[in-house]
Design a protein around this ligand. Sequence first.
Ligand code: NAD
Length: 386
Amino acid sequence: MRQLNVGIIGYKFMGRAHSNAWKKASLFFDIPFQPVLKVACGRHLDGLTEFADKWGWEETETDWRRLIERDDIDVIDIATPQHLHAEIALAAAKAGKHLFCEKPLAMTSAQAEEMLRACQASGVTHYLNHNYRRVPAIALAKRMIDDGLIGTVYHWRAAYQQDWITDPNFPLTWQLQRELAQAGPQWDLNSHCVDLAHHLVGQITDVTALTRRFIDQRPLAMEGAMGNLKAEASRTGMGQVTVEDAALMLVNFKNGAVGSFEATRFANGRKNKLSFEIYGSDGAVTFDLERLNELRYFSNRDPDGLSGFRTLLTTDESHPYIKNWWPAGHIIGYEHTFIHAVADFVTALGQGTAIKPDFSDGVAILKVLEAGLKSATEQKTVTIEY
Ligand SMILES: NC(=O)c1ccc[n+]([C@@H]2O[C@H](COP(=O)([O-])OP(=O)(O)OC[C@H]3O[C@@H](n4cnc5c(N)ncnc54)[C@H](O)[C@@H]3O)[C@@H](O)[C@H]2O)c1
C-alpha cells in the first residue's frame, strides 16, 4: 500500500489524540494509503522526544517551517493553539501539503477565508477537525433528520459545559489569553456546537448573545516542557484573563428554526458535557456526549399511550462507522471519533474528493462566533453576511 507521510505540529492533548488516530485508522478501516507517523514537531526537544518515542513518530523537528519545507511530507496535521493555525496552514497549502487542522479554524473569519483561498489555489485537501460529527450517534441523528423522521425542525438547543477552570488558582494558560485563543468557550466550545447546528439543522442567519467573565485575574503560568502548569503557577505573579468564561447565544436559522447555545467552563460537575436537543414537527432527537453511545428519539407516530423518548444504543452494525469496530453493545469512545476522521480523510485523499467539515465550514462557523461576540459587546442582534 502506498504510504502517506504525516507531519504533526503540537504534541500535547490533540497531539496524542491525533497520533492514536493516525496509528489505528488502517487497522480498523480499509483505507487507500498507509499513514506513516513521520515527523513530530514542537518547541521543546525534551518533551517532544519523549512524545515521539512513545507514539512512534520517526523523527522530530522544533521549527514548523522546516517541517513544511520537506519534500517527503504529504500531510500537515495542525494540533497547536489557534493563533498559529493560519500561518501554518498558509505556508503548508503553498507547499502543496494536505491539511488536517484542529478547530477553531482561526482567530478570525478573514484569516479563515485566506486559508480557504490558499487551499483552493493549490488544490490541497483541507479538513477541519470538528470530530463530533463522526460520533456514530450524531451521524445517525443526521441520517434520521435527512430521512424526515423528526419532520420540520423547529428548535435547536445546545449546551457545552465544562468545569476545568472554576478553581481561581487555575493558571493563566493559553486558552485564557485573547492573543493566543481569540475567545474563551465561544471559540473553543461553541465552535463545535455551531458546526453541529449547521450540519444537523442548517445555516444560522442572526445572533443575539451575551458573554460573562467570572474571574479576572489568575496566577501566571510558566509552561514547562510537558506543561506542568500548576506547579509553576505558585512561583509567579498574577495576570489578566482576557477572554470570556461563559457565552450564550440565541439564533435564527434560514429554514425558520430557532436555536440556543450555552458554552461555559464554569459548570461544576460537568466535565465535557456537550448536549443538544432537536425538536421537529414529527418528533425529536437528543444527545449527550457523556453518554456517547446513545441517541434518544421521540416519535409522534408512536401509538397512543405508548409514546415517550426511547434510547437507541448506537452500536449495531447498521449504525455509522460501527461495522469496523466490535459486535453490538461493545461500546466505543472519544478517541474513536478521531480515528473516524483520519479514516475519512485518507479515503477522501485516495478518491480525490472533498471531506466535510472543511475550511469553508470553518469560515461560516467563525462568522457566527464573531457575530456572537459583536452582539454581546454592542448588545444588539447581529445579522451574518455569508
Ligand atoms: N477537536 C477537539 O475536540 C479538540 C479538543 C481540544 C483542543 N482542540 C484544539 O486543538 C488545538 C490544540 O489544543 P490542545 O488542547 O492540544 O493544546 P495543548 O496546549 O495541549 O497543546 C498545544 C501544543 O502546541 C504546541 N505549540 C505551541 N506553539 C507552538 C509552536 N510555535 N511550534 C510548534 N508547536 C507549538 C505546544 O508545544 C503543544 O504541544 C487548539 O486549537 C484547540 O482548540 C480540539
